[in-house]
Design a protein around this ligand. Structure first.
Ligand SMILES: Cc1cc2nc3c(=O)[nH]c(=O)nc-3n(C[C@H](O)[C@H](O)[C@H](O)COP(=O)(O)OP(=O)(O)OC[C@H]3O[C@@H](n4cnc5c(N)ncnc54)[C@H](O)[C@@H]3O)c2cc1C
Length: 452
């Protein structure tokens, strides 16, 4: 059967065990299942050819970017093709005068920013990993700068997608705003490869900030850290990054990266401004608010190297914790709640870890009301799942969501009925409309693909 695929796409189909292994797992889910084969698409025509073969053979297709997702998104649920987009990695066009770039889906965010050097512009969305822009759009990714610049939905202006039937759609336009009909572009953002294959993106770029002020502010308790973050946000200050890192995460970072940060809960904060005066006033007011909330120590990053080191430490928090407990399993939560409820949910997560006797840390994008708990456990321990369920339950009761940025994949499907109610059935119908044969990444987002 695979011979016909190989002759259709010569040199682009792999059944090498190492390729099958890396395309059968992600960075965060325990489940692994190798695909039948990996197709390395190099063009729109390759994507269409792979889909045509899959339709004829009735073999599902799982789109694959960099495989850094955390919820089992790319793990096949039965015999399937992995459609790897990483070779479609060209910058097609940069239009600095319009603050936009057109790229292929396999380009990574770091490679894009490298290509933008010298233009005075950058692409701000920064999930810790060096993910592909197609994968980031498919998961509606966000990161440390989202509090200022928005996540993928705010920064993707247009998409080219290929539907399961091979049809190519151009969704959205390269403009800041449009009111022209239903917004199918935003429907595909966050669809986790279940509605179509993203083959081109038009992205919004931003001017590199002229002035940057970066701080680490340490507190005596997790509660006062979260409260300080809320006060900064409630003041309306235009903070560019506002990240909470708890004491256990700081200790792990110190060990992993050889740093000597005080092992207390902290806020990692950054301001971007076009004038030095505005920057000074904004960060002084933020500091005053944080001192009122109980800040004990403030460290300022004076150079670009110190700034890079600070954010590198934040981005490595996951790996630092994983490294601290080699051979263990991890469960990561990413609830988001309305801003004023964030301190309450952070305190609840911390208490719940203690109540269940679990090792774990809390880090996250608290400026967006979103944070992660990384729970470490031995195989067979049911407490982490209980922790996640109770945390999501509380987040939903506070008006929040089970996932602020990582997406549903396999692990969070069970929370959707409660979060969406009858709207979930309409989501299923939309899936059926675009992909009636359930060819694209089946088993993700929904428990079952039945349509009533
Ligand atoms: C250490 C670490 C930190 C992280 N921090 C963050 C964070 O701060 N914020 C955040 O949002 N995420 C974070 N993530 C999760 C992850 O990086 C994001 O989900 C990212 O967007 C996935 O991109 P990818 O290229 O790796 O996609 P993949 O993992 O390859 O795929 C993800 C999903 O997108 C689909 N897909 C991929 N490419 C396409 C395409 N071209 N067309 C259609 N569907 C496609 C796949 O089928 C799958 O469902 C983190 C991960 C790690 C390991």
């Amino acid at each position: 059967m695979l011979e016909s695929l190989k002759s259709l796409l010569p040199g682009k189909v792999s059944t090498a065990p190492a390729d099958l292994e890396t395309h059968g797992r992600d960075e965060g889910h325990l489940l692994q299942r190798p695909p039948l084969a990996v197709v390395y698409a190099e063009s729109l025509a390759d994507v269409q050819a792979a889909l045509a073969w899959a339709r004829a053979e009735r073999i599902p297709v799982v789109p694959f970017g960099a495989g850094t997702s955390l919820e089992g998104h790319v793990v096949p649920q039965g015999p399937a093709l992995s459609l790897d987009l990483s070779r479609m990695n060209r910058v097609l066009r940069v239009a600095p005068q319009d603050f936009l770039a057109e790229v292929e889906p396999g380009l990574t965010r770091k490679a894009l920013n490298e290509a933008l050097k010298g233009t005075g512009l950058f692409f701000p969305v920064d999930p810790g990993a060096d993910a592909t822009l197609g994968g980031m759009a498919a998961t509606n990714a966000s990161g440390t700068t989202t509090v200022r610049y928005g996540g993928m939905r705010a920064n993707v202006l247009a998409l080219q997608v290929v539907l399961a039937n091979g049809e190519v759609l151009e969704l959205g336009r390269g403009v800041r705003k449009t009111s022209a009909g239903y917004d199918l572009k935003d429907l595909f953002i966050g669809s986790e490869g279940t509605l179509g294959i993203i083959t081109r993106l038009t992205l919004r770029l931003h001017p590199l900030p002229e002035h940057i002020h970066t701080l680490r502010v340490f507190f005596g308790s997790l509660e006062s850290t979260a409260e300080a973050a809320y006060r900064v946000m409630a003041s309306g200050l235009p903070v560019a990054r506002l990240e909470l890192v708890d004491a256990r995460a700081i200790a792990a970072i110190n060990r992993y990266l050889g740093r000597s940060y005080p092992e207390e809960p902290a806020l990692f904060v950054e301001f971007h401004s076009s004038t030095r005066e505005a920057l000074g006033a904004e960060s002084a007011l933020a500091l005053e608010l944080m001192r009122e909330a109980g800040a004990l120590q403030v460290d300022v990053a004076h150079t670009q190297e110190e700034r890079t080191a600070q954010w590198e430490a934040r981005h490595q928090a996951y790996w630092a914790m994983v490294n601290l407990y080699p051979g263990r399993n991890y469960l990561i939560t990413d609830t988001a709640v309305p801003l004023s409820k964030m301190p309450e949910l952070v305190a609840y997560a911390s208490r719940l870890l203690g109540e269940l006797g679990l090792a774990g840390n809390i880090v996250g994008h608290v400026g967006d009301g979103n944070f992660h708990t990384l729970v470490v456990y031995e195989q067979g321990d049911s407490r982490p799942e209980e922790f996640a369920e109770r945390l999501v339950e509380r987040a939903l009761a506070l008006g929040g969501t089970c996932t602020g940025e990582h997406g549903v994949g396999l692990r969070k499907r069970k929370y959707l009925p409660k979060e969406h109610g009858p709207a979930l059935e309409w989501m299923r119908r939309i899936k059926h409309l675009f992909d009636p044969e359930n060819l694209l990444n089946p088993g993700k987002v929904f428990e079952a693909a039945s349509v009533s």
